[in-house]
Design a protein around this ligand. Structure first.
Ligand SMILES: [Fe+2]
Length: 291
């Protein structure tokens, strides 16, 4: 059996901001409802950043409008909070508006385990800089969940942990630290504890990417309303992921993307250290230099 899930990322309903066409969010959510119906998906994954934040009062209204738009989608959604959902609102605020708990969650469907890793996605702002914090409780939950995995897992989060390069990314080329968690390598180590195939899916970075690390395939999906890759028009990115022995991920809209692969439980050989630090490799170089 294969499982088909529809995906929407970084809806960013609200005022247009930088390259985000928040003014297009609600009409595009109408299109998304039709897309889900046609795609025959049984569930929707909302990868977070449903709004572009302004202040608490406005954000409560914007979130309620997005929740209303989800009511037109014909199947239930699993929601995840992004950083913009948390700038002025708590997890409890979002739970009340969306009508679902937003803690970590595991759902077994059609031979797959959907791991909703709802790690803290708030950006902390302090005198010594700003950024995400990978909370120990979130890391430990991920590690335990991966250790216990007995079937293929789709791990879903707002913030990607692949560590992929941000060259060319409108937001993150010059701000790579804000594209992921500091210590994302520890999240990757937690994922690698799984003895089953693992696929990761995230939003946040507003582009479609595939990155393979240690035998784990990490996907990020373009934002519904992003325009930096689409000449100023909202991308209208709407995805479907089909989970079976083969995984097929397809993104429709102005920034289309398709990728199919067979996830594998095998992890990769641990990378070499710097050549100069490895006694064997250093010895070879010294021998060669002496010859
Ligand atoms: Fe976003």
């Amino acid at each position: 059996m294969t499982l088909r899930l529809a995906i929407v990322a970084d809806i960013h309903h609200g005022r247009p901001s930088t390259a985000k066409r928040g003014d297009r969010a609600l009409p595009l959510m109408d299109d998304f409802a039709a897309f889900v119906r046609e795609a025959g998906a049984t569930r929707v994954l909302d990868l977070g950043d449903r709004i572009s934040d302004e202040n608490r009062e406005t954000d409560l209204t914007l979130q309620a409008e997005v929740a209303e738009a989800f009511r037109a989608v014909p199947v239930p959604a699993w929601h995840i909070n992004g950083n913009h959902d948390r700038d002025h609102l708590s997890v409890a605020d979002n739970e009340a508006i969306l009508g679902q708990p937003l803690g970590h969650e595991v759902q077994d469907v059609e031979g797959w385990r959907i791991v909703l890793w709802r790690a803290d996605s708030r950006i902390r702002r302090g005198a010594d800089g700003s950024g995400f914090v990978l909370a120990e409780a979130d890391l430990v939950w991920l590690a335990r969940t991966m250790q216990a995995a007995d079937r293929p897992c789709l791990v879903v989060s707002h913030v990607p942990v692949s560590g992929h390069a941000q060259t060319g990314n409108y937001y993150f080329q010059n701000n790579p630290a804000a594209s992921t968690y500091p210590m994302a390598d520890r999240a990757r180590a937690a994922l690698a504890l799984a003895r089953v195939p693992v696929v990761c899916l995230a939003g946040h970075v507003h582009w479609n990417t595939v990155t393979c690390v240690d035998g784990i395939t990490h996907l990020t999906q373009q934002s519904l309303t992003e325009s930096f890759t689409t000449g100023g028009e909202a991308a209208g990115a709407m995805g479907v992921i089909e989970l079976g022995e083969t995984v097929r991920w397809e993104v429709a809209g102005g920034d289309p993307f398709a990728f199919a692969f067979r996830p594998d439980a095998r992890r990769w050989t641990p990378p070499l250290p710097e050549f100069a630090r490895h006694p064997e490799l250093r010895a070879v170089r010294l021998t060669q230099a002496a010859e």
